[in-house]
Design a binder for this molecule. Structure first.
Ligand code: KG4
Ligand code: ZN
Length: 399
């Protein structure tokens, strides 16, 4: 089955072409075309994602990215198939609020041969609703023009599936879904989410706990900003933390340690809270005045990451006490963090549990994971929509 996947839930615009085959016990994926544009630099001046800018950027970039993905898949074939009056009316009615996207579609789509695609998988939520709508409306228009059904995909399921596929270093565009024994515990750590989920099977989830305020990614980005690292600073902050780690437990600096709070570490449930941690870092930095040189920045980053790791590992162990599982899926942008991954893996291994985490490039938002999750929706008989008015974006969609 050939799937065109679209992701626009936050500040990454992504389009991918995926060939998916096999049953649920033997699912194989082949990425044929993959185009991704990160708007992060554009949002950096605002210190975070600015929804109306995200919406405009998605609208401007979807068609160029579609062209790239189709070209990579050798499916970009030019032709002349003018829109019928009815199609033209549909495009205009659907994209009244996405002017740039409408223009790009009117200029481009009548000149592209219909690619041999069986379904369009699109993220319908959760995420920034104006951003999600651009992707949803793009999918609806393509579905109408090419007469292809739509598979609505939950972004969080995309993150979980991305951690359950394993690649082959010799054939980097090929992935295989790991055979898993359910139930499993999943943990999504991203810019928008910090959520434990009990996975009874693909498509059947129970939420176990989530953040009550900031997500872990937001905490990373906000602390990074306090240290002068531009948005999204999570990764760079973790590089700083890495540099300070060898010093952390050395006797000569122990007296200078400034351990931050571990919010909700003893709450007994699987919820998180990260805004207090960020505030503690903020007050600490303020108290230091001009004394924040590079050595201090490194130490702050290390202490911050230590606090985050300890909370996440403790909660992970709680989750394992409460639910007997053999495997654990760790997904989302923050799961790219080597230190957190190692700490979680260590805790799991001691309990005989296997950690599955995303391959490089599949941790942060992308369209590949949406196509992969879309195929699993198809395999479990989820509805493929041909009635396009029924597909809507849901900013607060849960699993
Ligand atoms: O999953 P994602 O791309 O977007 C959402 O669905 O929200 O996650 C983005 C988040 C950002 O907050 C970014 O700073 C963080 O993931 N991130 C990291 C690392 N790489 C990305 N945080 C900590 N360490 C990293 N290595
Ligand atoms: Zn995400």
């Amino acid at each position: 089955m050939k799937i065109l996947a679209i992701e626009t839930s936050c500040d990454e615009t992504a389009v991918c072409l995926l060939e998916a085959n096999g049953s649920i016990t033997d699912t194989r994926y082949h990425i044929q075309g993959n185009a991704l544009y990160s708007q992060a630099k554009k949002h950096a001046t605002f210190g975070g994602v600015y929804p109306s800018l995200a919406k405009r950027e998605h609208a401007e970039n979807l068609v160029p990215l579609l062209k790239v993905a189709l070209s990579e898949a050798h499916l970009f074939i030019q032709t002349k198939t003018p829109f019928t009056t009815e199609t033209l009316a549909f495009v205009r009615a659907t994209l009244t609020r996405e002017e740039h996207l409408m223009q790009a579609i009117l200029e481009t789509l009548p000149h592209i041969t219909r690619p041999p695609i069986d379904a369009i998988a699109v993220t319908i939520g959760p995420g920034l609703e104006p951003a999600l709508w651009v992707g949803v409306n793009f999918a609806r228009v393509l579905a109408h023009i090419w007469n292809i059904p739509i598979i609505p995909v939950n972004h969080l399921e995309g993150h979980l599936v991305a951690s359950a596929v394993h690649g082959n270093p010799n054939t980097p565009s090929e992935y295989k879904l790991q055979p898993l024994t359910f139930p499993i515990i999943g943990l999504v750590l991203s810019g928008g989410h910090t959520e434990f989920v009990h996975i009874h099977n693909w498509g059947t989830y129970t939420a176990l706990g989530s953040t009550r305020d900031d997500s872990v990614g937001e905490a990373y980005d906000k602390v990074a900003r306090l240290l002068g690292i531009p948005y999204p600073g999570g990764q760079e902050l973790s590089y700083l933390a890495e540099r300070g780690r060898p010093q952390l437990y050395k006797n000569d600096v122990t007296h200078a340690r400034h351990p931050y709070p571990r919010p909700m570490i003893a709450s007994g449930d699987l919820d998180f809270s990260f805004s207090g941690l960020k505030t503690a870092v903020k007050y600490h930095i303020q108290s230091l005045g001009d004394a924040v040189d590079d050595t201090v920045r490194i130490r702050i980053a290390t202490e911050f990451e230590e606090a985050v790791a300890e909370v996440i590992v403790t909660k992970t162990l709680h989750a394992l006490e409460q639910h007997s599982v053999h495997a654990f899926l760790l997904g989302g942008g923050v799961s790219a963090n080597t230190y957190l991954r190692t700490r979680i893996e260590h805790a799991l291994t001691k309990n005989g549990i296997t950690l599955h985490s995303p391959a490089r490039g599949l941790s942060t938002d992308n369209a590949v994971m949406i196509g992969m999750a879309g195929y699993l929706c198809h395999l479990r008989g989820a509805h493929m929509y041909t009635s396009l008015d029924e597909i809507r974006a849901h900013g607060t969609l849960s699993l």
